[in-house]
Design a binder for this molecule. Sequence first.
Ligand code: SF4
Length: 350
Amino acid sequence: MNFSTSIIRWYGFHKRDLPWRETRDPYRIWLSEIILQQTRVDQGMAYYHKFVKNYPSVEDLANASQDEVLKDWQGLGYYSRARNLHYAANQVMQEFGGEFPNNFNEILKLKGVGEYTAAAISSFAFDEAQAVIDGNVMRVLSRFFGVTDAIDSKEGKAQLVKLSKEHLNQKDPATHNQAIMEFGALQCTPVSPDCTNCPLAKGCFALANEMVADLPWKEKKTVVKPMHIAYAVFINEDSILMKQRKGEGIWEGLFDFPSIVSETPIETEHAARQLLQMRDWKDTLLSEVSEEVTHILSHRKIKARFFRINVLHKPHNIQNGEKWLTKSELAEKGIPRLIENYLKEIDWYE
Ligand code: SF4
């Protein structure tokens, strides 16, 4: 039995029933693929259902505001995916006449869609013979066929592309792609893969050479940089001052607080003084300083502290992008998880 036949057979017995596997609608497949980038299936499921319900068609998604889309994305992280999703829905409406593109090259033109996603959509929805290569696929290929060059090196990548094309099932690329991804997710897992009960064990390079734990090999490690943030939480009776983030950055478009940011630790008293002087408002009073909280993102380790400042008379000379929001107005806005956790703690968010 060849490689593809083996994994497709395995897939027939072991596959999970997932809603996006029951459709050939490229829009829904695209939604699921974007949601599942960097997200576990169990976490992504609720978001998939929410997006399909709130935006049943690509036109509905294009007609929504970016704020609405970000709000629905809240908690999933990597917010550029949501911004790109919204942008690409508009691209479909304007550049493709409202019809989701139906081949790899056209799908690749959509913002936020890379080769992996274009291969997944074009094979799942249109049976185009495109091989997907995601983290799961790389792991399976490098272990089974013995790719010992780093998978993030030029040589390693080229070998993986070649192998994935050579072994793609041309007659049924959709099932082949689903099968190899599922095989990586459930059988040939990053840690403790189930080699004892593996249908590929006989021909597996990594198993034969005792290299299962060593492959796939990576050259570069992700560098996680420290980031220290002191947030000013200005509160006036029933409103709180929030600031919509502009420009590039992970949280672009989301609402948080005015802040001081540094790569080195910020001394609490110094931060309090600076935050109080941030605005030349009269009658402000620092009422509470939170414990330091740690928030981990893929490339950042954030240590944040929140300085609650009561403002007796609501000033209207606020900066561009800032808004005084009531609780119910705040509930409509997209906010990062770090801010959401704090707001819940002070009873400002449900
Ligand atoms: S034998 Fe182990 S390492 Fe090889 S493909 Fe199977 S699960 Fe992966």
